[in-house]
Write a protein that binds this ligand. Structure first.
Ligand SMILES: NC(=O)c1ccc[n+]([C@@H]2O[C@H](COP(=O)([O-])OP(=O)(O)OC[C@H]3O[C@@H](n4cnc5c(N)ncnc54)[C@H](OP(=O)(O)O)[C@@H]3O)[C@@H](O)[C@H]2O)c1
Length: 258
């Protein structure tokens, strides 16, 4: 596959977006459909998936879009969901975007293993299950693209949301290993690290700046996929913000309220 120019057997690239009911995933569904992709969107809420499918059809009237209700915690259902996407889209999947994620509010004096485990389950274990499924198919076809939506939060352990940061850092490392395994077989692996994006997840989060719209974020991600980028910050300037944050010595960083 050559980025968005990829063509499946009936002429359209087939893109699966896990976590496509709202926010960045929903915007990606529209953005990939605009680029001629047939799109399958998966998440738990059927009403939100149907609304996103309507938005795709409104934007691209002849788009092929399908929904699959799926909870990423049900890792034994990944194969069945993958097959359902292929049946609905009419052939092999060309691109997986793993976008599902949760970030519940965690107080600074809260150390709640149940909450952390739920984040690891959705943000990391579900991601592994889906990326592994894609990797098996793409390795066999020596083509395809895996796109993982991580976060700038992966770059440094901050006092806020340790479980979230750890889940996203784990995903980044997993994607790097997949890239090192699969690039030589013609498979592209794109790691995306968004900054602040105006979605349900950001509601109630304090101290945000440079907030981006989901559509602008999706546009940047689609361009990164087209270019077969390896690791991309969205917007681009977060690369330099995080360079500074990573370079801050620990004795200073642990005194900061970030
Ligand atoms: N917004 C930001 O500032 C920001 C910044 C950096 C990274 N990100 C990442 O971007 C991704 C998308 O988040 P968003 O900002 O677009 O927030 P969002 O609107 O809350 O989207 C989260 C998506 O994940 C899905 N999801 C959550 N739990 C799931 C589960 N158990 N099974 C299946 N799907 C599940 C949700 O669908 P259902 O609830 O319908 O299942 C929804 O489609 C996340 O991975 C997030 O960590 C966001």
């Amino acid at each position: 596959m050559q980025g968005l120019q990829a063509q499946s057997h009936n002429g359209a690239a087939r893109t699966v977006i896990v976590g496509g009911s709202t926010g960045i995933g929903a915007a990606l569904a529209v953005a990939f459909a605009r680029r001629g992709n047939a799109v399958a969107i998966l998440a738990r809420r059927e009403d939100a998936l149907l609304a996103t499918a309507s938005a795709v059809r409104n934007a691209v009237p002849n788009a092929l879009v399908t929904i699959v209700v799926h909870d990423v915690a049900a890792r034994d259902r990944v194969d069945a969901a993958w097959d359902a996407c292929e049946r609905a889209l009419g052939g092999p999947i060309d691109r997986l975007v793993y976008c599902a994620g949760t970030m519940p509010k965690v107080a600074l004096d809260e150390f709640d293993t149940t909450k952390d485990a739920a984040m690891i389950e959705t943000n990391f274990l579900g991601a592994i299950a889906w990326c592994n499924r894609a990797a098996r198919s793409f390795l066999a076809s020596k083509s395809g693209q895996i796109v993982g939506i991580s976060s700038v939060a992966a770059d440094r352990g901050r006092i806020k949301a340790p479980g979230y940061a750890a889940s996203k850092a784990g995903f980044v490392t997993y994607l790097e290993s997949l890239r090192n395994r699969l690039t030589r077989h013609g498979v592209s692996v794109v790691t995306v690290k968004p900054g602040f994006v105006d979605t349900d997840m950001l509601k109630g989060v304090e101290g945000t700046f440079g907030v981006m719209s989901p559509d602008a974020c999706a546009h940047a991600i689609v361009r990164a996929c087209e270019r077969r980028r390896q690791v991309v910050y969205v917007p681009w300037w977060w690369r330099f913000v995080m360079l500074g944050i990573r370079a801050t010595p620990s004795f200073i960083f642990r005194r900061l309220n970030v």
